[in-house]
Design a binder for this molecule. Sequence first.
Ligand SMILES: Nc1nc2c(c(=O)[nH]1)N[C@H]1C(S)=C(S)[C@@H](COP(=O)(O)OP(=O)(O)OC[C@H]3O[C@@H](n4cnc5c(N)ncnc54)[C@H](O)[C@@H]3O)O[C@H]1N2
Ligand code: MOO
Length: 401
Amino acid sequence: MIELEEALDLLVNSVKTNTKTEKLDILSAFGRICAKDVTAGIPVPHFPKSAMDGYAVRSQDTKGASMENAICFQIAGEICAGDYLSPAAEPFTAVRVMTGGIVPDGYDCVIRQEDTDYGQEQAEVYVEAKPWENYCRIGEDIEAGRHIISRGTRLRSGHIGILASLGIAEVMVFKTPKVGIISTGNELVPLNRPIGKVGVYPSSAYTIAARLKAKGIEVPFMEICADDSKIFSDMLDEKINQADLIITTGAISVGKKDFLPEALEKMGAERLFQRVNMRPGTPVMASRYKEKIILSLSGYPFAAMVNFQMFFWPVLARLVGDDSLSWKKTKNVVAEGSIKVSKKRRFLQAFTDEDGVHIYDRNQHSSVLSEIIHSNCIIDQKQGTGISPGDTVDIIYWSEE
Ligand SMILES: Nc1nc2c(c(=O)[nH]1)N[C@H]1C(S)=C(S)[C@@H](COP(=O)(O)OP(=O)(O)OC[C@H]3O[C@@H](n4cnc5c(N)ncnc54)[C@H](O)[C@@H]3O)O[C@H]1N2
Ligand code: MOO
């Protein structure tokens, strides 16, 4: 049996970062990892703009203007956003200009219309203006040639907006890994079939698929496989090309039907580890087959979710080259609940809020999935220790949003 960190090292180090890319329209690229640096090809704005509804003037012509000493300007034209006009800037001429309209060459500021008499042919100006007042210069938002997005950046809404400002409609992103799920067990029954006397619905496959979906990861298949080496190996060989990583559940302990370790061995899969010092989910196993990782989680649903949380996200982080996808440990103080000393390192369902960590007096057994709806994190309980209110514990938030 090996320690979790040791198993994780073996696993993550055997994963190659995916370099397959695709071009997507920028909205479809939201949340994806940018595969190519983006540089601004144009400045934004690319013409000088008025920041106010008012009058473009030469600031030098407004010297000494006040309510008592209005200065009169001849209006040389009118510009709204989207209009193009470029009258020559003569002394004491002004151009009526609306917010977002171009400020013609030679004019260096805009007087707010509230500081004028709103004149049409001529306008009285009541204030002095400083150069560049109410004037948005070319490139004020984005300079041409500015490095905007680096390869490896996860595209957020702000990035999508910047790409749109630059008129970039499509962007290169890394392909998202596809994850296939195979639930093993003669007892497993598809959801649309009657459960029968001893059937079990494959709840963990759905919980895992939902968590993958939350991260935008495609699940090309979700199969149920009988406890049979031949059926499993045929299924895996048939499906493996559809996914970048395969998750299996069940059949990895020591029971008569726990065929998976042997089946994978017979197929020639390289075993990375089997059995880890963690509870639940001790029998967890990982293999490499046809260049792909097969992550074999415990059958018990809560055990499967702990295995999935601890092993899948670090692998995904390496696959896509984005460390933020991995889990992080944080410390928090137990507000409520006690847990007796554990002989093994243990993971407990818990809920964290502003008061600290709540460990409700609920069933923490590996087979109990329903408690997951009350839990937003798991506590990493150290081997040989107990937990009481006031203790500081390590917690890991479930990756589910
Ligand atoms: N004699 C021993 N027995 C067991 C040991 C042991 O060391 N000695 N280990 C126990 C531990 S710890 C665990 S964890 C389980 C894990 O067993 P498997 O991973 O082989 O899982 P299965 O036996 O196939 O299934 C366990 C349980 O979970 C149900 N199941 C399976 N798949 C799903 C699914 N997709 N969704 C919901 N439920 C599922 C299955 O019907 C079984 O009830 O072994 C202990 N035994
Ligand atoms: O490893 Mo198991 O502790 O029952 O989930």
